[in-house]
Ligand binder design. Structure first.
Ligand code: ACM
Length: 262
């Protein structure tokens, strides 16, 4: 299975430009699954709820969603992409999973970061792993990594690969994903953005790049630079995510002492 990310700097508010740039990048590569950053089509730093609403999309009728659906079918590829979802007047920081046959799943970010709380409702989908012919794909978004329960829940629900659209501003996540993958024996594809945003009188946000593919043994298969655009694909063996035995005595799932955790 060939999995990858597209790291770039979206232009705030320029949805058509960001989507076309992404379509061109994905069209040029050979992959089974590509993960895009959080809010890849809109940019990140909204200045009002009204603005966030104006850049949000309904599923399945929105421009970005229809374009990704078409691309998935044409390229026979799975895509995980972060978008601002508009559902019955509520906004969610969501990620959509598309495949050759259409939309497969929607995940709404559970743990909202900083000013996201001003625009978005906390996600209500919970953590899911969608079975596909290329493997079980789970999704969490950016700051969800800070809560180990996110990756754990995805792994317990059968995720082989955690697709992790991100707009990271804190420095810790790329190193932390080593532990998240090791303790759950899963692959993760963290797709982060580069560049910075400073809208009106808001503080400048610097995004850290360093998108990363991490293995179930905690190996960093590839880490991108902190400031350059890059599309990167790695060949992975999902069988490695399905063996939860550490040795003949320890299985990371059946050894859990759930009663003592509560
Ligand atoms: C983040 O969750 N975008 C830091």
């Amino acid at each position: 299975m060939k999995v990858g990310f597209y790291q770039f700097a979206p232009e705030f508010g320029n949805v058509k430009f960001n989507v076309q740039k992404t379509v061109d990048a994905i069209t040029a590569v050979d992959a089974d699954l590509i993960v895009l950053p959080e809010l890849f089509n809109t940019g990140y730093q909204f200045i009002s709820r009204k603005e966030a609403i104006s850049l949000s999309e309904k599923i399945p009728t929105g421009y970005t969603i229809k374009t990704l659906k078409k691309l998935s079918a044409k390229k026979n590829i799975y895509i995980v992409a972060g978008i601002a979802e508009n559902s019955e007047g509520k906004l969610y920081n969501s990620a959509i999973l598309t495949g050759p046959d259409g939309i497969i799943g929607i995940y709404r970010k559970t743990h909202l970061f900083y000013e996201e709380k001003l625009w978005f409702s906390p996600g209500d989908t919970g953590f899911k792993a969608w079975p596909t012919p290329i493997g079980n794909i789970g999704i969490m978004i950016c700051f969800d990594w800070f809560f180990p329960e996110s990756a754990r829940t995805l792994a317990l629900r059968g995720a082989d690969v955690i697709a992790h659209p991100s707009n990271l501003v804190l420095p810790y996540c790329p190193d932390a994903m080593v532990t998240r993958c090791l303790e759950n024996r899963v692959f993760a594809v963290t797709s982060n953005r580069t560049g910075s945003e400073k809208r009106r009188d808001k503080e400048r946000l610097e995004f850290i790049g360093k998108s990363q593919i991490t293995s179930p043994r905690g190996e960093i298969l590839h880490r991108a630079s902190d400031n350059k655009e890059e599309i990167f694909i790695a060949e992975i063996d999902i069988g490695k995510a399905r063996n939860k035995n550490l040795n003949s005595f320890n299985n990371i799932f059946s050894d859990r002492r759930k009663k003592l955790y509560e």
